[in-house]
Design a binder for this molecule. Structure first.
Ligand SMILES: [Zn+2]
Length: 395
């Protein structure tokens, strides 16, 4: 079954629907693939002759699409994401990076914030401003991304519910991911928030390794690591291009005993030189990272841990940033607790499908010649090219 046919399996809670759910899911999939940015922009393409072919009827109103998405079954949309993963896995498109372990990355993302508009699913916080305290409403979700060698996929998202923290949502996300994708990944990487005892033990109990950025939220461990590494020569000292990389690695720490496995700390100090544009002077820059992981030295070499640490940025750079800046996924298509999520999931789905197309269907020469943005515009051009006559003014 093709991925677009799986869109027809998504259901919603309407008792006597006048518009088939598949019409709505297909319209929204095109809205994301064409990066239209809003239901209003989608509505303006209504005269395109593409729509009757794709939907089997005229495009419904923006209001109907938003209303039906607030009644949609998020589980069915997650199943479509899973279907795409299974297809790509069978096609051998999902191979692990060179180190051989398949990492998944978990991270939280705030999609919208407002001081005026709220819904039953909004989280709340008090902002201390010069004019006094202000209540702000926001939506945040936790996402999981699989980081393959050539192709990476957004696997799932889970909203942070009012009153709970990101780790609680991440745990719910991971429980579902372990049921749907039990063998998809070996290690789960996260930022410093995920250097958390319950999180590490939760993953270990389920046969997965944990990895997180080590910062001051584990004061005993980071202090021990700093003390050791500051007086120890690096285990690896190599040049990569214009970067000098020095790595330290130790797995004999006893300063996080609550974790049910031995933890290991890896430090990466990278220095490089840039020439400042303003005065053409050379300036030395550096980045200093530490990660804590349950992966043993036998399971992952120092460089593998460092690479996985850097791969954590994949969810930020190619996941959230791509979805927000180029796919407009943070737009509030309908401010409703369910719709916030049911619009995020198809955005992820379309990003996966698009990247699979870009990586698998385009020859390397074509990929070198054009950017993903250019290919996205070519796809949108097909929709606009089929618009005939004056601009549409109907709903
Ligand atoms: Zn809300």
């Amino acid at each position: 079954m093709r991925w677009e046919d799986r869109l027809d399996t998504v259901r919603d809670d309407r008792r006597r629907p006048r518009i088939a759910t598949s019409v709505i899911t297909r319209a929204v999939a095109i809205m994301f693939l064409e990066r239209l940015g809003s239901l209003n922009a989608l509505k303006q393409t209504k005269p395109s002759r593409f729509w009757p072919r794709w939907l089997g009827r005229a495009m419904p109103s923006a209001d109907s699409i938003g209303r039906i998405y607030s009644l949609m079954d998020a589980g069915d949309v997650r199943d479509v994401l899973h279907h795409v993963y299974v297809r790509l896995k069978r096609m051998k498109a999902l191979t692990p990076p060179e180190h051989g372990l398949m990492p998944a990355v978990v991270d939280g993302h705030e999609s919208t914030a407002s001081r005026k508009r709220c819904c039953a699913g909004c989280c709340q916080r008090v902002l201390h401003t010069t004019r006094g305290d202000v209540l702000e409403y926001y939506h945040r979700h936790v996402a999981l991304r699989l980081v393959g060698q050539e192709l990476s996929l957004m696997l799932n998202a889970e909203p942070v519910r009012p009153g709970e923290d990101e780790l609680a949502a991440a745990r719910r996300l991971m429980q579902r991911a372990l049921e749907m994708y039990p063998r998809a990944f070996d290690v789960v990487a996260g930022d410093a928030l995920y250097a958390n005892t319950n999180w590490f033990n939760f993953l270990l109990e389920r046969g997965k390794h944990a990895m997180a950025v080590l910062k001051d939220n584990r004061p005993n461990l980071i202090e021990d690591a700093r003390s050791l590494f500051d007086f120890q020569p690096p285990g690896v000292d190599v040049d990569r291009g214009n970067r000098r990389c020095r790595f330290w690695d130790c797995d004999t720490f006893t300063s996080w005993p609550e974790v049910s496995a031995r933890v290991r700390v890896v430090r990466s100090l990278e220095t490089w030189t840039v020439r400042r544009q303003l005065d053409r002077q050379e300036e030395e820059l550096s980045s200093n990272w530490m990660w804590v992981t349950t992966l043993s030295v036998r399971q992952a070499a120092t460089r593998a841990v460092v690479n996985m640490g850097h791969e954590r940025w994949s969810i930020e750079n190619q996941g959230f940033n791509e979805l927000v800046n180029r796919w407009h996924a943070d737009h509030v298509f309908r401010h409703h607790p369910a719709a916030i999520l049911t619009f995020v999931l198809p955005a992820m789905l379309c990003l996966n499908v698009f990247m699979a197309f870009y990586c698998r269907n385009l020859k390397p020469e074509a990929r070198r010649a054009v950017t993903t943005l250019h290919v996205g515009k070519l796809i949108a051009a097909e929709l606009y090219a089929e618009i005939r006559g004056p601009p549409c003014v109907s709903a």
